[in-house]
Design a protein around this ligand. Structure first.
Ligand code: BG6
Length: 515
């Protein structure tokens, strides 16, 4: 082995930033453990970690929820749903051992007695299972329960770890519904837990390719010199989903696509693409740079919202050949709902690097395809040599595929073999699956381990969340006007969104990338 290879093997660069600390044994309490998130994501993620030998065996999970249930019943239900949603097939012998670490605690969220008894239970867990007084509280309950849970945890003293142990909270989105409510929630959180103890989860940051954006940009010498307004024409960020609102109509009516996807996931991706190099890979160095990007986003005046933001809602149509109902016909949705299931925005980051480079963002439900990607469109080659007749040469486009088929591709021009000179775009393509020969972990796997290790890098800091709301609020405000609100545009399910979203780019002489 060469010397360089030996060095790189003994000192592997851990993607995602600083070297991962070791996850510590802990008692994980999931508030709202009978809900969708716990069943679809959290328990399958923990099972996969256990199966891969990455979970400290002492980790003990206690579901805290209102419905009466026994440990066995809870385990049986989770066995079923984990089989359905797990990334890897569930192996009975591994499940049996893992299931021994699952327990259920029934209580109302605002009943202090429930917290007192859980505190006693956790002490017993420490003694019997070796969780060392470490506590991880996961808020997977409805957002209106966050405040009572925080207050009761504090009253029961569960926010204060014993000497040498730790207590942390993982708080799910939505983190507030506007700037004022996010600030208030941050105040209530801070009253019980310090910022170091607080992990605001945005699962997009746990996706392998999202983490790879920083590696692509800062571990390669060739991209950074051209990653700016001089060479980049524009950027597109798309999160398309074929799914509708499923059983979440009630929640979705209070949110809409802007709050559900843009305030958090899309702005986080945008930050990773647009941020300056951090001074080091520490959590705060990275988050300092991200928050500067959100602060630099040009804010819209109310009268500009209609010009730069398109909101849409799906009507009945067909997805994947199957007929589907319109949003207004979905369960728990107001038949006259004005809630948007699609948003497209034209954003500008007002700093030197990105001056006048539009960043177009679109998210939507019931689109023809499920795909999340970022495409960086470079300026065309100068109008000389091969590019004489107007704009015949395509742009170079770097595509970062977040999901599915995670990878990166670069479109460039090549001569078609033959005796005449004809040029066509070709792709250099990197696929995670084939290059590394193994599937990427689910975002929740990575993020749960990070929280158990005390690494907050991939979680949103207080100021990031608040700045994101400060950007989103004027748009929501303009939409909620009784008069002169920008229109809600309709699109049939299974189409690529409202025509108005195409016009948003057509005005600039551009089109959305075909996915
Ligand atoms: C969630 C949103 O945060 O992200 C959902 O609430 C959305 O509406 C989901 O479907 C998309 O996440 P993923 O990982 O499935 O792309």
């Amino acid at each position: 082995m060469s010397k360089d290879a030996a060095i790189s093997q003994s000192n592997p660069l851990r993607i995602g930033l600083s070297t991962r600390a070791v996850p510590q044994p802990c008692a994980l309490v999931i508030f709202g453990a009978t809900g969708d998130l716990a069943h679809r994501k959290l328990i399958p993620a923990l099972y996969n970690l256990a199966a891969a030998g990455e979970l400290p065996p002492a980790v003990t999970v206690t579901g805290f929820a209102r419905r009466p249930k026994k440990d066995d019943g809870f385990r049986d239900e989770l066995a079923e749903t984990t089989k359905q949603f797990s990334r890897q097939p569930v192996r009975d012998e591994i499940w049996k051992t893992f299931a021994q670490s699952l327990f259920y605690h029934q209580s109302e969220f605002d009943d202090q007695e429930g917290y007192q008894s859980v505190a006693k239970w956790l002490e017993q867990v420490d003694k019997e299972r070796g969780t060392r007084g470490n506590r991880l509280f996961y808020f997977a309950a409805a957002p209106e329960q966050f405040e009572p849970i925080l207050k009761n945890l504090k009253e029961a003293g569960l926010n204060k770890p014993k000497e040498g142990s730790w207590a942390r909270v993982i708080i799910e989105k939505p983190f507030g519904r506007d700037l004022a409510s996010a600030r208030e929630l941050n105040r209530v959180v801070r009253d019980a837990f310090s910022e170091d103890q607080t992990y605001r989860i945005d699962h997009f940051l746990g996706k392998e390719t999202a983490q790879n954006i920083l590696v692509l940009r800062f571990a390669n010498a060739i991209f950074e010199p051209i990653w700016n307004a001089r060479y980049i024409d524009h950027v597109q960020i798309t999160a398309a989903e074929t799914l509708g609102v499923e059983a979440r109509g009630g929640y979705y009516e209070t949110a809409g696509a802007l709050r559900d996807m843009v305030q958090n996931h899309m702005l986080q991706l945008l930050c990773l693409v647009a941020m300056e190099p951090p001074t080091d890979l520490g959590a705060d160095s990275i988050r300092d740079e991200k928050v500067k990007v959100v602060r630099s986003l040009r804010r819209y005046a109310p009268q500009q919202v209609g010009k730069y933001v398109v909101r849409g809602q799906y009507t009945a149509g067909a997805v994947g050949g199957k007929p589907v109902v319109g949003y207004r016909e979905e369960e728990k949705v107001n038949p006259n709902s004005e809630t948007e299931t699609y948003v497209a925005l034209r954003l500008l980051v007002d700093n030197w690097r990105w001056s006048d480079v539009p960043i177009y963002v679109r998210v939507g439900k019931r689109l023809p395809k499920s795909a999340t990607e970022i495409s960086v469109h470079f300026k065309r080659a100068p109008m000389v040599l091969f590019n004489r007749d107007s704009t015949s040469l395509d742009q170079n486009v770097l595509v970062i595929r977040i999901q599915p088929d995670e990878g990166i591709s670069l479109r460039m021009m090549a001569k078609i073999p033959g005796t005449s000179l004809r040029i066509e775009p070709v792709k250099m393509d990197f696929h995670y699956g084939t290059s590394f020969g193994k599937a990427s972990p689910e975002a929740y796997e990575r993020l749960l381990l990070d929280a158990m290790s005390g690494d907050p890098t991939l979680f949103a800091r207080r100021d990031e969340v608040e700045e994101a709301w400060a950007f989103v609020d004027p748009i929501e405000h303009a939409w909620s006007q009784k008069e002169n609100a920008p229109p809600l545009c309709f699109y049939p399910a299974g189409s690529w969104g409202p025509e108005e979203a195409d016009e948003l780019l057509a005005c600039d002489g551009r089109t959305w990338r075909r996915l």
